[in-house]
Design a binder for this molecule. Sequence first.
Ligand code: BDP
Length: 640
Amino acid sequence: DSRAMWLVNFTCLTVVWTWCHCLHAGMLFPRESPTREIKELNGLWTFRADFSQNRNAGFEKAWFKRPLSETGPVIDMPVPSSFNDVPQDAQMRDFIGWVWYEREVWVPMRWLQDQSTRIVLRVGSAHYYSVVWVNGVLVTEHEGGHLPFEAEVGAVIRKDAGIPCRITIAVNNTLSLNTLPPGTIQYMTDHSKYPPGYFVQNINFDFFNYAGIHRSVLLYTTPEAYIDDITVQTTFLDSTGIVNYSVAVVGSDRPTVKVALVGKDGRCVATANGTTGILKVAEVNLWWPYLMHDNPGYLYSMEVRLTAESGDKDSYALPVGVRTVNVTESKFLINSKPFYFHGVNKHEDSDIRGKGFDWPLIVKDFNLLKWMGANSFRTSHYPYAEEILDVADRLGIVVIDECPGVGIKDIRSFDPISLDHHLVVMEELVRRDKNHPSVVMWSVANEPAAEMPPAGPYFKQLISHTKSLDSRPVTFITDSNYSRDQGAPYVDVICVNSYFSWYHDPGHLEVISIQLHSQFDDWYRKYQKPIIQSEYGADAVPGLHSDPPTMFTEEYQKTVLQNYHKVFDQKRKEFVVGELIWNFADFMTAQGITRVVGNKKGMFTRQRQPKTGAFLLRERYWRIANETGVLPTWAKYPCQ
Ligand code: BDP
């Protein structure tokens, strides 16, 4: 089948793929409750990369049928982590093809004995294409690197009760014209220059294509009749909060559903019955962004209780923030008040673990955001771990949630196969993140080749489909270069990236002001929509200094920022509603002549130490917060 074409060189999978345009099941974040248990499978897994010429030995020899260590040499691999930087081996770092992970686990006997316990295997994310077996039985496949997938595995495990259960996950990082992000495999056939069978992976995006099992793997249980999904939409009228909810139940035709909204103090503030309903909260505590209110990130707990006619009971507690998001011709409104994004673009990226989930890193990054006075970030260029959104919800950090539509530069990547996949990825993203109050906008792509003829219909369909899934504003991120932008007519907010005095007129700081003024005025004249400067910046190799400033020094980076800021300060009085620096921290990229061990546009180094620019932004962000927000009494402007 065509969707699996890109795997043809690597495998002869015969699994029939059913391609659908609407997801049939929910993807609630696994949370423990009186009716749900979780068993985390993080730690050391057994690992083997398939170095065979066609990368297909694992499938030909059915490595999933027996312990991986019996198939050949294996090594230890931590989960979650990218595999690339863990072994001391360039071939592993740059490996393209299938890698195999395996872990044996004892499943608690009572899970198995109670036939009405559903046992679900969940992978938080694995990059890029995954195939999963339990005890040698195929249980699921998933395409896409940054979103979770699950399989019900109870029946398979129960067949082999009494032995540990063996989970095998094969992951392929190959990118093709139809993947998100796209890429191409290029075979080098000149044998005077390359060895036989030599190929490289080409990509059009600026971050290392880290791969492996990037987020937690876990088993969790639910009863047979269970809460499959919850959707909330919130608004308010004067001081009354309104939570519209709907609960999807599986395994019960006539479910009894009770819903209670509980405040931080443990008091129940509203109740309702039924699978859909409205909760009204008197004297509501709204969810406010960081530095906009004394009490940012206020979350209620929405406790959903299901009783099925069989007597099965299930319960799930969803954090809920009550807030509204609206866009006018020139403003971005949160709770009807103008919101100005003073924030960052990030990457999931760090030493050794690559894109692997890591709590110390996540908490450190939030501490740095708070230190800087940043009130927002964009999940450039793919969805981040859901745990990160949970923290953003609690701190009141506002998020622009981006899908992995980055580097769409080849005209063949605008074909119907790509569009189909892109639609499904947006469905998966909205399904996962729809209930996070921190998420205020969806971004469907970054800097696609929007001047190409098929881009117009492609983005029209993609954006209208996204709007049909959820009411939040939608954007796509454009390069200021593309004057004939074909996505802009359909978006709610124009997001523009520009690198004046860097990629254009390198070294000429003096042109920033005029070019940035023109950029804003041109876009606004054309579309009359609020504009966010979604990227700007310059590389600074930490420790390089020069005055007058020279490219790649900390002074040059700082001066680029200062020049941009002068224009932002004029335009934010009109229609500019945000500025997001590129980038929060230095990050790894593919090797190339424009990158010095990765992209150095960070305000922080990859190890999260501040460069000169970080102090400049800190002063600015706190000053802006002082001017526009209601600076909380607990927050003292740190830069006097
Ligand atoms: C922008 C891209 C971003 C790059 C950045 C850069 O959106 O992914 O890392 O350029 O070159 O255009 O630093």
